[in-house]
Design a protein around this ligand. Structure first.
Ligand code: S3P
Length: 738
């Protein structure tokens, strides 16, 4: 790499300086590594153990020759060292430091230099251990750690870029922020915890009579909490004084929190105690998840899942697919807003519904589970939600974002809703616009996309809204906002959409007026906790219905599937195409109709799918495209432009994928024209869309060669355990993770 850095000088060969020197020496991208330590023995040791290339005898000479200087000395020594080296620094030399506080380093530099050098960019690697000295140098210390650079007004962009590259070459992730922000953030996240650890150990050691016993019996919690009290006392003394103001502000805030806990314990205030602990646990889970970008469920923790399918086979037996996604979301929402304890069984433990569950935990609701689909929700009442500790992250879930926006628009606190890359491309104006008509204050990113910033404390008024599109999410969003709005809120839909919100509100004892295609609620009611048995999701069952319908020799029964009339488009359409499909054991469970569905292979024929069935089968089209590709003749899909704004543009994703497999298909603005025929093998993209991935997996039953499906990790959003269940049923699919 040609960065014109021939010599990098590290001043101070402690843990951080030594580790940086060693990492740079090994990667050879920043010239020769010259080391200097106040203690000449440390410098020599650095040379002997291979931490540096050259041991500097004269600091002045080393500075003169260096292209890049890293000050890895204690913050208190910074001014003196800067003063010592200032006369020898060339104009273009890059300078940075590794101090844990930044304002005082900048102040020191201002005192030393008449004008700050353009090559000066203060920095702070957030890494360390309780070890110190050059012996402890560890070239991997910064890998996957954050380094904060705090560029100054004077810093040149070349200097910032080169120092960014330097830290990146050690495996670190580089962030940039201004000096004040850095000191504030570090006071809260690093300096305060260190103070508390030192203080706890010291207090116990000094104030308890039997302190030896206390330490002897100290269990894991004490050890974990006080690990950082083993850090260097002088360094922490210096940091406390260097970042005095910000640390004092954080300390005061902490003291207030502890004294609230004291009062709660003293007065046996269980609600406050549980509330504090629940919020804290939720905040911790929330932040670690957002920061590490990890998922709620096991299935999603593997990045980059690829499905490999072998052609042929049939599906047979009796299976039960996971719980209904729409009903699972709503069970958490209404259970949280109810008075009393709601028990849910059959809950879908998929990423989307877990995102909703986590959102309510973030807002202080105590929720136990899910364990084997069982969830217990301790409802807080319609006005009991608490401000979440940060933005609410709902991953891939459009339902969470759209339904929550209605609810949050009516809360007293501000919130921000964020999601993953796929969700961030989806339209939210469809909920934000009518909510604004109700008096909500919502800010979206460009073109009405997420994130949504929702202002609390707004007074909502009921409206009548004629939905321009058939969307259950928009309808539900407005009905939820209507629980808080003055007067009546009514929504008319242009075509029937799923009515789980209306049914469940009724199940919770909240009156919903239904008049033809209009649903209405008025505020002032109350939700009463109840039991919810979530049926198996007909949208997940669809993949297996289509599988049995297209694969000769199949005879499959899907148990306990929800057959709500607003969801059975798939059954109607498959029957029109000639499928042999029978509903058995029809019953009603908790306000939702349920049946076992038996489906046997029968040749399918192409049809023009009736447009009135589209909203009733809106999530089923990717699988229906596969059924159409296996049918005799032409299938026409029209009136389905909504498919273009789902987790991916589902028309395009299916057209591209089926074309790649040799199918004769053309996309249209609102659907597609599909000629039935042979499905070949090949590689298809799921575009991060769970239903696209599962549909191509089903296509393998009629393919003539292997199909590889990329980016299948999102299958866990709606169907955890899909591959295993597909294998059990007879689909030849293997999952490759990594
Ligand atoms: C859902 C409604 C549908 C559907 C989504 C779940 C719901 O979206 O596609 O998977 O739970 O309300 P639209 O209402 O936007 O069509």
């Amino acid at each position: 790499m040609n960065n014109n850095i021939n010599k990098t000088l590290i001043i101070g060969l402690g843990l951080i300086g030594g580790s940086l020197a060693k990492a740079l020496k090994l990667n050879r991208q920043f010239g020769q590594i010259v080391g200097y330590d106040r203690d000449p023995e440390e410098t020599q040791k650095g040379l002997q153990i291979g931490v540096i290339d050259i041991a500097a005898d004269s600091l002045a000479e080393a500075v003169e020759q260096a292209d890049l200087i890293v000050l890895a000395v204690p913050v208190k020594a910074m001014e003196k060292v800067l003063g010592d080296i200032a006369p020898f620094i060339a104009e273009e030399t890059l300078i940075t430091d590794v101090g844990s506080t930044k304002a005082n380093v900048v102040a020191a530099a201002q005192r030393v230099f008449s004008s700050l050098p353009t090559g000066f960019v203060p920095g702070h690697p957030i890494a360390g251990s309780e070890k110190s000295g050059v012996d402890a140098a560890d070239e991997t210390l910064f890998e996957q750690h954050k380094v904060i650079l705090t560029p100054l007004a004077e810093s040149s962009s070349e200097a910032v870029n080169l120092l960014t590259l330097m830290w990146q070459s050690t495996g670190a992730e580089v962030l940039k922020m201004d000096v004040e922000k850095h000191d504030e953030v570090l006071a809260a996240t690093s300096h305060l915890p260190h103070l508390l650890a030192f203080s706890l150990v010291d207090t116990l050691a000094q104030e308890q009579d039997n302190n030896t016993d206390i330490f002897r019996y100290a269990a894991g919690g004490f050890r974990d909490f006080t690990r950082i009290a083993g850090s260097d006392p002088t360094m922490w003394h210096d940091i406390c004084l260097a970042n005095k103001e910000a640390i004092l502000a954080q300390l005061d805030c902490f003291i207030r929190g502890v004294s609230r806990l004291r009062t709660a314990i003293d007065s046996s205030d269980s609600e406050s105690l549980l509330g504090t602990f629940t919020r804290a646990r939720a905040a911790r889970e929330h932040f670690s998840r957002i920061l590490s970008g990890t998922a709620y469920s096991q299935d999603m923790s593997d990045q980059n899942v690829t499905f490999h399918t072998q052609p042929g086979g049939s599906v047979n037996g009796r299976i039960r697919v996971p719980g209904d996604k729409s009903i699972s979301h709503r069970s958490i929402m209404l259970g949280s807003l109810a008075d009393g304890v709601t028990e849910v069984t059959g809950f879908l433990e998929g990423e989307d519904s877990l995102a909703t569950l986590q959102s309510f935990r973030d807002m202080g609701v105590v929720i136990e589970g899910p364990t084997d689909g069982e969830v217990t929700i301790y409802g807080v009442g319609l006005n009991g939600l608490k401000e979440p500790p940060g933005p609410i992250y709902v991953g891939n879930s459009g339902t969470s974002m759209r339904l929550l926006s209605g609810l949050l628009a009516a809360q007293s606190f501000d919130t921000e809703l964020t999601g993953d890359a796929s969700l961030t491309k989806r339209p939210m104006g469809r909920v934000a616009d009518p909510l604004r008509l109700m008096g909500a204050e919502i800010e979206t990113a460009d073109n009405g996309r997420p994130p949504l910033k929702i202002k609390g404390g707004q007074k909502l008024s009921g409206i009548h809204y004629d939905m321009p599109m058939a969307s259950a999410q928009v309808k539900s969003c407005l009905l939820l906002a209507g629980l808080y709005a003055d007067g009546e809120t009514s929504v008319t839909e242009p075509a029937p959409t799923r009515d789980h919100t209306e049914r469940m509100l009724t199940g919770f004892g909240y009156p919903v007026k239904q008049d033809g295609s209009t649903a209405a609620v008025s505020s002032g009611g109350q939700l009463h906790a109840t039991r919810i048995d979530v049926p198996a999701d007909i949208s997940s069952a669809t993949f297996f219905m289509v599988a049995a319908a297209i694969a000769p020799g199949s005879d499959l029964t899907l148990e306990h599937v929800g057959i709500n009339p607003t969801r059975i488009g798939i059954i109607n359409i498959l029957r029109l195409m000639g499928a042999d499909l029978e509903l058995q054991n029809e019953r009603e469970v908790g306000g939702e109709p349920v049946a076992d569905i038996r489906i046997k292979y029968a040749p399918l024929k192409g049809i023009h799918i009736p447009e009135d069935q589209v909203p009733l089968a809106i999530d089923e089209f990717p699988a229906l495209f596969v059924a159409a590709a296996c049918a005799e003749g032409t299938t026409i899909v029209s009136g389905a432009e909504e498919l273009r704004v789902k987790e991916s543009d589902r028309i395009q994703s299916m057209v591209d994928g089926l074309k790649a497999l040799g199918v004769d298909i053309e996309g249209t603005p609102d659907g597609a024209i599909i000629q039935g025929g042979e499905i070949g093998g090949g590689v298809v993209e799921s575009h991060d869309d769970h239903r696209i991935a599962m549909s191509f997996c089903v296509a393998s039953l009629r393919a003539t060669a292997e199909i590889t499906i990329n980016e299948c990790q999102n299958v866990a959003t709606s169907f955890p355990g899909f591959v295993e269940l597909a294998q059990t049923a007879g689909i030849k699919v293997e999952k490759e993770e990594g």
